[in-house]
Design a protein around this ligand. Structure first.
Ligand SMILES: *[C@@H]1O[C@H](CO)[C@@H](O)[C@H](O)[C@H]1NC(C)=O
Ligand SMILES: *[C@@H]1O[C@H](CO)[C@@H](O)[C@H](O)[C@H]1NC(C)=O
Ligand SMILES: *[C@@H]1O[C@H](CO)[C@@H](O)[C@H](O)[C@H]1NC(C)=O
Length: 397
């Protein structure tokens, strides 16, 4: 009798049920829509317990890419921001191939001088810490184009600091340099050695440091400033290397000259100044292997405590003369190199080396790769197999 009625009732309740299911589904869909459209985004836009998400600026560059590799290897989540004006897309590709899993590595092609872009990056991502590597870094170039240096070092650092403050990112590891000390009267250089930089590069870095330090005093931000000495070497497993733009070779560092000589691009090495008051008459520098340098960053990150300001020299503490460097270079590349002895270059000073006891005491860091020849050999292996560096820069978006 009521059979029909019963059926209508059943129909109605199943329809209501269906509607409820659909509604729930829609709500879930809406809530996940950001992640739904780009499955990667949700990993980077949210904090995750036990995962440290590090923004690596300049992560396509020489030191930045090595740091990103180490952070990824240690299980951190990494966002690289680089505008590829000095960095290499090839280095990013290698890192992406090594860590293809969702939520491990993200590359954002953006210009750190663009405040809008920087703010957007901080708004859309949940960073725990920033390692700020991005910079132009050639003393010679800085004397010719000082504005480029003040703009891209000092002003860009200010922008990043402002974005960090606005978005509550509280840990900054800053790449600085022994060039901020200028020509100290006393060696070795400690963190208390007065800073009187003598070129726009050193001055721009010193200004950026001052801005960071002053700001850190007014906030609970953790700041670790690492002042690098002369960085050499590359990834011992040969995945990454140093590949400066061709037009920058003339400004390059001494190891670049060694490899160029090894490849026959330049006729030989020039030693400028053999009458310094040093044991063999040539300048003395402190060469730090990039693996050790990156390890110092990881230790600085691990020791970051809220409100702490740490300033550390990152060097070996062992000065090596230019002559020793040239000998190590010859052995590393397995060739004799023509060496030309010239008079002193204006602005060079006899000795620069660090006293790395503060960083050992406070961060338990010491340089492990202090054999010049081995560091150069590793780098030379990469150079030999990458005659064109990472190849022509291509932009993938
Ligand atoms: C990188 O940034 C600079 C400004 O700092 C800009 O002039 C340049 O065009 C940018 N390069 C690329 C490849 O976007
Ligand atoms: C640095 O700043 C200058 C402006 O002074 C700009 O033209 C240049 O493209 C910037 N980028 C680099 C990598 O030098
Ligand atoms: C310091 O580092 C060494 C070697 O990396 C390690 O064996 C040691 O346990 C560390 N000490 C502390 C106090 O963390």
């Amino acid at each position: 009798m009521d059979y029909m009625d019963e059926k209508v009732k059943n129909d109605l309740s199943s329809r209501i049920l269906m509607a409820l299911v659909l509604m729930t589904f829609c709500i879930i869909l809406l809530r996940e829509s950001a992640g739904f459209m780009d499955p990667k985004a949700k990993y980077f836009s949210r904090h995750e317990l036990g995962v440290t998400h590090v923004l690596v600026t300049g992560g396509a560059g020489y030191i930045g890419s090595h740091a990103a590799l180490r952070l990824l290897k240690d299980g951190h989540r990494v966002t690289i921001v680089d505008n590829l004006s000095r960095g290499n897309m090839g280095a990013i590709k290698i890192l992406q191939d090594l860590f293809p899993e969702l939520g491990r590595l993200q590359f954002i092609h953006a210009d750190l001088g663009n405040a809008k872009a920087v703010n957007r990056i901080f708004r859309e991502n949940a960073f725990n810490a920033v390692m700020h590597f991005a910079a132009v870094a050639y003393v010679g170039e800085s004397t010719v184009e000082p504005l480029r240096y003040y703009h891209n070092i000092t002003s860009n650092t200010l922008l990043i600091l402002e974005a960090m403050a606005r978005h509550n990112v509280n840990t900054l590891i800053y790449s600085s340099t022994c060039a901020t000390y200028g020509e100290p009267e006393k060696m070795p250089i400690t963190e208390e050695t007065p800073q009187f930089p003598i070129n726009p590069y050193g001055k721009a870095k010193k200004m950026a440091e001052d801005i960071i330090i002053d700001f850190s005093k007014t906030t609970s931000m953790t700041v670790m400033i690492l002042r690098y000495f002369n960085v050499i070497g590359s990834d011992p497993e040969g995945r990454l290397g140093e590949a400066p733009r061709a037009e920058l070779h003339e400004h390059g560092w001494i190891s670049g000259a060694c490899f160029d000589a090894g490849r026959g691009i330049i006729p030989g090495l020039k030693i400028r100044g053999t009458d310094y008051k040093t044991p063999d008459g040539t300048c003395i520098r402190d060469y730090i292997d990039v693996s050790d340098l990156v390890d110092a960053h990881v230790k600085a990150l691990a020791h970051a405590q809220l409100g702490k300001l740490g300033i550390y020299n990152v060097g070996t503490g062992q000065g090596k003369s230019v002559k020793e460097f040239v000998e190590a270079c010859k052995r590393a590349i397995g060739k004799d190199i023509n060496v030309e002895y010239l008079s002193r270059r204006p602005g060079d000073y006899a000795e620069v080396y660090s006293y790395p006891s503060k960083i050992r005491r406070e961060l338990n860091w010491t340089a492990q790769h202090t054999n010049l020849q081995i560091s150069l050999q590793i780098a030379w292996r990469w150079q030999k197999s990458h005659v064109n560096g990472y190849g022509p820069p291509t932009i993938v978006s």
